[in-house]
Write a protein that binds this ligand. Structure first.
Ligand code: 0X9
Ligand code: ZN
Length: 432
């Protein structure tokens, strides 16, 4: 109660300064005909005006749109013309975001990470805190944990993988490669990946079978610059891309979508060549040091790699290749089986429902992503896991739901890991 009251006071004070999302409202729109869905899709293509926080693909399914005060009337006129029903969801998006940012900052002050022991699940942690946790794990479990600096972000942040083994010293085991925080604003992703690391390392006995014949290699925060930037203020909370600037004809915009920057059907469908777009594919493939780091990890482990799992949010999907075309890989049944293992385990645990399918079939094409890249590079199982929505924007589950979400996500990851281990028991590497 006291914290809430304090946040409200601070939030109101902070509101006195000009905020980017001041006056923005969130509307829920519910199309009921194919024509109405089509009309909303056309609006969503004008992404600068109509920021669709979620999309509606089937009639009756609602979508959320973020609208500035300038275009509110225009937006409503279009909806009324098309007879699309709508409802106000958040009358002051700027203030809601502000309160969330302040809450996170306050919790960080109230519960600082001590540098030893497990990271909590009561709040979101910074890239620096996550790296400190990895260091601590390496110091406490030297026989089972190895850290490797695998590169630097554009702004110079250290990117580290943690390799988790069972300490038996056997080389050449199959590998599960996992990463988080490709997209800056998807905070629940690194939180879940860090929780998974904690389970594998600190709850080792319970999860021993996951490490018997497999090693896990994890990069918890891919887009470290973007992740930190999204924590600065409500104005930057929705940041998605990296932070490397690109100037075209005198106009500078920051960042590239790291999940459009991979050199596999680079700049294909669902990727933008506009350097100011949120799905900008970059000036060239692998222009982003963060994408290069993931590419190199994929190649380093492809001779032992069985599953690549990249954790995003939101939407509750388990997505497998392809994401650049509507064609399905020949091994779609194997992929589907592993995805279902994850979805069923989560459903049994918490009742939360995931949809399993190819990226293109569930979300439409988005080319140049890491999951397709890993799959074509030799990982037989490759998934993007889109965690559940939360908060106002979908990307912002409140700190109070971190615990529930990371635990549920771990149940899914563990079940996928187990199914992969059952399906691919033999060592892939010939260099044993
Ligand atoms: O668009 C993306 O990069 C992912 N969704 S998100 O909302 N987290 O941005 C989905 C990627 C799915 N994979 C491919 N399209 N290859
Ligand atoms: Zn994402």
């Amino acid at each position: 109660m006291l914290i809430k009251a304090f946040l409200l006071v601070v939030g109101v004070v902070a509101l006195a300064s000009a905020e980017k999302y001041d006056g923005f409202k969130v509307f829920e729109v519910t199309p009921t005909t194919a024509e109405q869905i089509e009309a909303l899709t056309t609006l969503s293509e004008d992404a600068d005006k109509f920021d669709f926080l979620s999309r509606s693909r089937i009639s009756g399914e609602s979508a959320r749109v973020l609208i500035s005060s300038e275009i509110e009337n225009y937006f409503k006129t279009i909806l009324e013309q098309k007879n699309i029903s709508y409802k106000l969801e958040d009358a002051n998006f700027g203030r809601s975001l502000n309160i969330e940012i302040l809450e996170n900052r306050l919790l960080r002050q109230l519960k600082p990470y001590s540098g030893t022991g497990r990271l909590g699940t009561e709040r979101y942690y910074s890239h620096e805190e996550i790296n400190a946790y990895l260091d601590d794990l390496a110091a406490r479990y030297p026989s089972r944990v190895t850290l490797k600096v695998v590169g630097k972000s554009y702004e110079g942040r250290i990117l580290k993988t943690i390799t988790i083994t069972n300490g038996d010293g056997r080389l050449g085991k199959n590998v599960i490669l996992m990463d988080g925080a490709f997209h800056a604003r998807e905070w629940i992703s690194p939180a879940s990946v860090v929780y998974a690391i904690g389970e594998l390392v600190e709850n080792f006995e319970k999860n021993a079978e996951l490490l018997q014949d497999y090693d896990w290699v994890v990069l918890p925060v891919v887009n470290a610059d973007g992740y930190e930037y999204s924590q600065l203020s409500s104005n930057t909370r929705l940041w998605r891309k990296t932070r490397q600037p690109v100037t075209v004809r005198g106009r500078t915009c920051y960042g590239t979508d790291p999940n459009r920057n991979f050199d596999f059907h680079w700049l294909g469908k669902g990727a933008s060549s506009n350097h100011c777009s949120i799905t900008y594919a970059g000036p060239k493939a692998f222009s982003e040091p963060e994408a290069v780091v993931v590419r190199d990890l994929i190649h380093t482990y492809s001779n032992r790699g069985i599953m690549y799992l990249t954790v995003h949010s939101y939407g509750s999907y388990l997505l497998y290749p392809w994401g650049y075309t509507s064609a399905l890989p020949e091994t779609a049944d194997d992929l589907h089986e592993v995805g279902l293992a994850g979805a069923n385990a989560i459903r049994a645990y918490s009742g939360s429902r995931y949809s399993v399918g190819s990226s293109t079939s569930l979300l439409g094409e988005a080319a140049g992503a890491s999951d397709d890249y890993a799959f074509q590079a030799g990982f037989p199982i490759s998934f993007t896991m889109e965690l559940p929505r939360g908060g106002i924007y979908g990307f912002d589950p409140p700190a109070s739901s971190v615990d529930r979400l990371v635990k549920e996500t771990w149940v899914g990851i563990r079940a996928m890991g187990k199914r992969v281990i059952e399906k691919y028991p033999l060592a892939k590497s010939i260099n044993l």
